[in-house]
Design a protein around this ligand. Structure first.
Ligand code: GUN
Length: 296
């Protein structure tokens, strides 16, 4: 069997198109332009690439983009003061603080100072708690993108066995909550899991979010299963720089029913969902109907 390739790049373009349509309607009907503020502290090269890409796509869908680039030695007091001013700014509906922060800053403290209603990353403890109890919240972008692709491919996920490999706060844990919310039977596996390949072979949906290049090979995959590869790893092979996932693509694709490639799978969906979350936050802030199909 050769797996169907789930085209995240095309799906993300469709989601951004839907967001752009909603934004155009909001502007015309309510005079409201959603705005996203992105805060970058320091000069991490990967973060700089992400932040400029976020800014560009925010403008492309018709929203306002506010970029705040602060020096690496910014004090916690100054960063908290900036977030306080963004919390109070009516033009700002979404706030994202790019992670990782320099080590002298307490990420938990910083994230939890964001107004939960503007926390488009869904990392604030209030949003984590709301998601865990099945209440309306802001949902982390990467797992939301994975959920959208799974719903699109399968329709209903009810009763499916899902195994999430990885237990991070950004991907693994919220992914598990979302799959549970869609009535999957969910296992969270990790580096200490006994006989990981056997656990993974139980999965109808296998989400690889471990951060280890090509760790999930074909022998971890049940024939016909759907493999969602969240990994983005830069490696060197045969003297060339390459981008690979947490799943070993060729061997997994030979067994799976469907698989997301790297690049062009989950990655593009993350920014699309960030834009969707910003739109959702703007609608909620103004008591307007939320966009359909763009929330959990
Ligand atoms: N760094 C890596 N992924 C993310 C993300 O989803 N949000 C933020 N804020 N920083 C990140």
């Amino acid at each position: 069997m050769t797996a169907k390739v789930i085209d995240g790049k095309a799906f993300a373009a469709k989601v951004r198109g839907q967001v752009a349509d909603h934004v155009a309607r909001l502007k015309a009907e309510s005079g409201l332009t959603p705005g996203l503020a992105v805060v970058l502290v320091g000069e991490d090269p990967a973060s700089q690439v992400y932040v400029s890409s976020k800014g560009k796509m925010t403008v492309e869908v018709g929203m306002n983009s506010f970029e705040h680039k602060l020096p690496a030695d910014t004090s916690e007091t100054d960063l908290l003061a900036l977030i306080k001013s963004l919390n109070a700014d009516a033009k700002v509906h979404g706030i994202l603080v790019q992670l990782p922060l320099p080590s002298h800053l307490n990420s938990d403290l910083v994230i939890n100072s964001i107004d939960p209603a503007k926390d488009v990353d869904g990392f604030h403890i209030s949003n984590v708690g709301l998601l865990g109890t099945g209440q309306k919240s802001m949902v982390p972008c990467t797992p939301l993108g994975c959920l959208m692709m799974l719903r699109d491919h399968h329709g209903s996920l009810a009763g499916m066995n899902a195994v999430v490999v990885g237990r991070s706060n950004i991907v693994g844990k919220p992914m598990a909550q979302l799959l549970l919310g869609d009535s999957c039977t969910v296992t969270i596996a990790h580096s200490k899991t006994k006989d990981l390949p056997a656990v993974c072979r139980q999965a109808d949906i296998l989400v690889a979010a471990v951060g280890r290049p090509e760790m999930i090979t074909g022998d971890y995959v049940k024939p016909g299963a759907t493999v969602i590869d969240v990994g983005i790893n830069r490696i060197e092979r045969d003297g060339k720089a390459r981008l690979v996932g947490d799943a070993h693509y060729e061997s997994c694709a030979a067994v799976a029913g469907a698989i997301t490639p790297v690049p062009g799978g989950v990655g593009p969906m993350t920014i699309a969902c960030l834009l969707a979350n910003t739109l959702t936050a703007a609608c909620r802030a103004h008591g307007l109907a939320e966009p359909k199909g763009l929330t959990a």
